[in-house]
Ligand binder design. Sequence first.
Ligand SMILES: O=C(O)CCC(=O)C(=O)O
Length: 290
Amino acid sequence: MDYEIRPLTQGFGAEIFGLDLASGFSDNLAQDLVGAWVDAGGLMVIHNQTLSSEQHIALSRHFGPLFGDPNESPLQDTVSRYIHPDHPEIYRVSNQVSTDGKPKGRKGAGTYWHSDVSFRDRPAQASLLHAKTIPPVGGDTIFADQAAAYEALSDGMKAILDPLYAWHDFEVAARTQYAKPVIAENDMDGANRARHPLVRTKPENNSKSLFVNPGFTSHIDGLDAAESQAILDFLYQHSIQPQFLYRHRWNEGDLLIWDNRSLMHFAVMDYPDDEPRYMERCTVIGETPA
Ligand SMILES: O=C(O)CCC(=O)C(=O)O
């Protein structure tokens, strides 16, 4: 299958035109796309796709095991009502409600800077989000390159940050971003709390990225609360400067693949409730951060 890859951002993204994955794809093509995604720096937009759930899952598995796969962990209980009824590997994001009154997906998902599932010992590597219905305007998603943000720090600051670890806890988002009745008991247990290096290294190319996010990071290990907050506040301000950002304006059919190890993202909820937005996401389980 012939396709064209164009750079999308300075250093961390590419976009692909001319692919029709719904007509079928070989293992070789899927592996080439994984390679292109790594080479691009962790963000890839594949335009004009009409993938079935099965195809979306099959493509995603080329990136690694999925949350919800048989024998793999599910996402946290809070989002279980938004998982696709027939496909536990698919998490749904939507402002729509079915005729039976059940939400078609999580409304307002990710409307804060975060890295998917960073509160697990093995957080998300790739997330593959497929836009099925989007509002005419709005509902963009913004990405922030945490490898470039790390690189831009002084050697002195890198030396301070390199040995540090931070705690990530689903409770941070649950208490600040989610309506209380949605919180399930299991969301607060140890499975949704993890300690990770504040600077992590991608095994494929040894590139280093900042790995803290306002959505889920609770504190830096071993520092008192004021010290931890001062460093985190500095990093959050530093890491979302315009030169590190890409803002994606969605088209229906876009398949976005991002690397949670080196990118934070933020879903902008600036569209009215009566303009439907429906997306499906497969989430790849990554390695233990190091
Ligand atoms: O709806 C979006 O654009 C992104 C939602 C989100 O943050 C996620 O799927 O992790």
